[in-house]
Design a protein around this ligand. Structure first.
Ligand code: SDX
Length: 432
């Protein structure tokens, strides 16, 4: 039975259709609200507003569920590689062995980075934040991948979303983004830049490019590779978060894939979003250096007059445990134990979680640890500097951004252009 919602206003009424998703989520379809009733909706931060219908990722915030194309992240982390999950998100199904091998080989074909792009990279000062560098380099990739530029053709089917061109742009970005990301780490550490080692798997290669030292034989550490595989899978997509919505709205103007993802990288950088994993470590260090006075900082987080927030806590969708935080917390224990690292800020993080989860303020506002609360502790144990933490987040999120951008373009969504309520000065003449 078709469901509907009736809105009555100013003596008129209109019945709007209600659409139901495959997990029984429901939304009022208000496409005709303005034309039928002269009204728009007002929803700062889009907290109650859906801007698309998607089949990529499903979140259940009340029950802490996260699935990519129907598979739970828990099962994917246990049984699949990040490259397989990348294929799943972009093409809709897990790859067969042949499909995976072709995908891996097509990516390996693209692992050379133009030396001119390397010159652009080298021109950045050592002090540049890697997220700013990567947003710039991803945009610069357009120049080395001209088919990714927006063609004037309105049909766009000759443009990037034509299957062959979209596939080439996809494998090129999947090949080059990890190389550029590893270069930002090497620059911070004053190490020579590594190129891709095509004899390694996708995630092994990321670890190799980041950690292989020029004067030592590179010995792979499976603890590091397995931790990276889990972290990259858990960051791979998260439906319509701030940066993914940015990628979609930029792409809706017919800007190219790389221009859209460059914008997404900038959106992810913010401390309220992907930049939170760096902010968490800075917060934990601050608490540690302040006699580990956890109560003082929990009180600051609860004080409305204090701008301090408990970074790594709270989420727009999860009003229960972020399932990723549970997996990452377990992985943090495992990695520090396997690497024989005793990091006091892990103990501080666990004490904060324990206190917050029994504190009325956090219970009432349903604030739980999110994906960023423990991830930085693992990156730190792997020897990755905190400026790089959001880069690691972006490395994981690339497949999700590609999948979401393609879905948006394939569904021929109109250009994203929200409305507003104006409350500035009414018409006035320039006084002589
Ligand atoms: C990510 O959207 C995604 O899916 C994002 C992400 C992904 O994978 O893409 O999951 C990744 O960005 C995770 C979130 C990382 N950010 C942080 O950890 C920063 C700290 N968290 C908050 O700033 C906040 O919780 C947000 C930004 C995550 C969510 O903010 P909302 O949904 O806009 O909620 P809000 O700011 O309106 O908070 C509701 C209430 C407020 O109190 P009241 O005004 O109602 O009295 O809860 C309070 C807030 O003050 N609150 C916090 C808090 N988070 C919310 N109080 C103290 N500490 C916090 N962390």
């Amino acid at each position: 039975m078709d469901k509907s919602a009736k809105i009555e206003f100013n003596g008129s009424s209109y019945t709007f259709p209600v659409i139901t998703g495959s997990e029984n989520e429901e939304a009022i379809d208000i496409k005709n609200l303005r034309s039928e009733m002269g009204l728009i909706t007002y929803d700062p931060g889009y907290k109650n507003t859906g801007h698309c219908i998607s089949s990529i990722t499903y979140l259940d915030g009340e029950n802490g569920i996260l699935r990519y194309r129907g598979y739970s992240v828990e099962e994917l982390c246990e049984k699949k590689s990040f490259l397989e999950v990348t294929y799943l998100l972009i093409f809709g199904d897990l790859p067969s062995q042949n499909q995976l091998e072709k995908f891996q080989n097509d990516i390996r074909e693209e692992t050379l980075v133009d030396e001119d792009l390397k010159q652009i990279f080298k021109s950045f000062p050592k002090s540049a934040h890697p997220m700013g560098v990567l947003s710039s380099l991803t945009s610069a990739l357009i120049a080395f991948n001209p088919q990714n530029e927006t063609k004037i053709s309105m049909t766009d089917k000759e443009g990037v979303t034509a299957d062959d061109k979209m596939y080439l742009s996809t494998v090129r970005l999947l090949a080059k983004f990890p190389i550029m990301s590893s270069w930002t780490l090497r620059k911070i550490k004053g190490l020579p830049l590594n190129y891709s080692n095509n004899n390694l798997s996708y995630t092994e290669n990321i670890a190799y490019m980041m950690f292989a030292k020029p004067n030592q034989e590179y010995v792979q550490n499976d603890v590091i590779v397995n931790a990276l595989n889990t972290l990259l899978i858990l960051h791979a997509d998260h439906e319509q978060n701030c940066s993914t919505s940015t990628v979609r709205i930029v792409g809706s103007s017919y800007a190219g894939l790389y221009a859209s993802i460059s914008a997404g990288i900038s959106a992810l950088w913010g401390r309220l979003h992907g930049g939170a994993n760096q902010a968490v470590i800075e917060m934990l260090e601050l608490i540690k250096n302040d006699n580990s006075d956890i109560d003082k900082y929990l009180n600051k987080a609860k004080d409305k007059s204090d701008p301090f927030r408990l970074m790594g806590f709270g989420h727009r969708v999860y009003k229960n445990f972020d399932p990723r935080a549970k997996i990452i917390k377990k992985a943090a224990d495992q990695v520090l134990n396997d690497l024989g690292i005793d990091d006091p800020i892990l103990d501080i993080a666990k004490s904060i979680e324990e206190k917050a989860l029994t504190d009325e303020y956090f219970i009432e506002k349903k604030l739980y640890p999110n994906v960023d609360f423990y991830s930085g502790i693992i990156y730190r144990a792997l020897g990755i500097p905190s400026d790089m933490f959001t880069v690691m987040f972006a490395l994981g999120r690339i497949p999700g951004w590609i999948a979401q951008w393609k879905e948006m373009r394939d569904s021929n969504n109109p250009i994203g252009r929200p409305r507003q309520i104006y409350n500035g000065p009414t018409h006035r003449k320039i006084s002589s």
